[in-house]
Write a protein that binds this ligand. Structure first.
Ligand code: MN3
Length: 247
């Protein structure tokens, strides 16, 4: 009995340590994620229908590939600002405020023209970053497996070729934007990049993975060396999360 109690205590203390992981999982959902013990202490909590979920790991968890200061500013300041500005954009519009961020970004043309650019930029920023945090993990699987591995091999020839095409697309994106692996409607894989915070879901693609190539994502550690950041980033990608997005 006492042994079981002690096991349970150990289990609970582990659970407390893991709470930020669980709290971060529904980052794409609108439901408020209550910051739990150990979660982002400095994260601002923009008020409104859209919420900033805490990072699903510690700020320094992705070191040495992505440094703690970059993660802190990126999540707590940049992502928080997108959420705050999205909330401002939909303020007073109960219909828009009740819709999911995926739905808003999928159907941009349905939005009132006056707020469409604000939702495209800030809603896109919210959606893209929510996915971005979830796609990364310390010590994840270094290679894809199963159907995803087969699809990458058959589309690009090899994982190495895919990574090269992806890195090249990220390097060539002029100014700020994202580089993506997406699925076309027919299921075919494709690498593309978008400007600013535009999401491929606005063009009807299923997003499998994406990397942020805005300077705010890497400048403190990599300065002008975007190619080095793109190469290092593969070390923190969680291929299991990518596989789960395959349709
Ligand atoms: Mn960013």
């Amino acid at each position: 009995m006492s042994h079981r109690k002690s096991s349970r205590r150990n289990f609970l203390s582990k659970m407390v340590a893991l709470v930020p992981v669980a709290a971060g999982l529904p980052a794409l959902a609108q439901a408020a994620a209550t910051p739990a013990a150990g979660a982002a202490p400095n994260a601002t909590a923009p008020s409104g229908p859209f919420k900033l979920a805490p990072l699903p790991y510690a700020y320094d968890a992705l070191e040495p590939y992505i440094d703690k200061q970059t993660m802190t500013i990126h999540h707590d300041k940049h992502h928080a600002a997108y959420v705050a500005n999205l909330n401002k954009a939909v303020a007073g519009n109960a219909d828009l405020a009740s819709r999911s961020i995926e739905d808003l970004i999928t159907r941009l043309s349905d939005l009132p023209e006056a707020i469409r650019p604000a939702v495209r930029n800030n809603g896109g920023g919210h959606l893209n970053h929510s996915l971005f945090w979830e796609l990364m993990t310390p010590g994840g699987p270094k290679t894809p497996s199963g159907d995803l591995a087969k699809a990458i091999d058959s589309t690009f020839g090899s994982l190495q070729n895919f990574r090269k095409e992806f890195n090249d697309a990220g390097l060539k994106r002029f100014g700020s934007g994202w580089v993506w692996l997406v699925q076309e409607k027919g299921g075919k894989l494709r690498v593309l990049s978008t400007a600013n915070q535009d999401s491929p879901i606005s063009e009807g693609f299923q997003v499998l993975l994406g990397n942020d190539v805005w300077e705010h994502a890497y400048y403190l550690k990599y300065q002008n060396r975007r190619a080095d950041y793109l190469e290092a980033w593969w070390n923190v990608l969680n291929w299991d999360k990518v596989s789960a997005r395959l349709k």
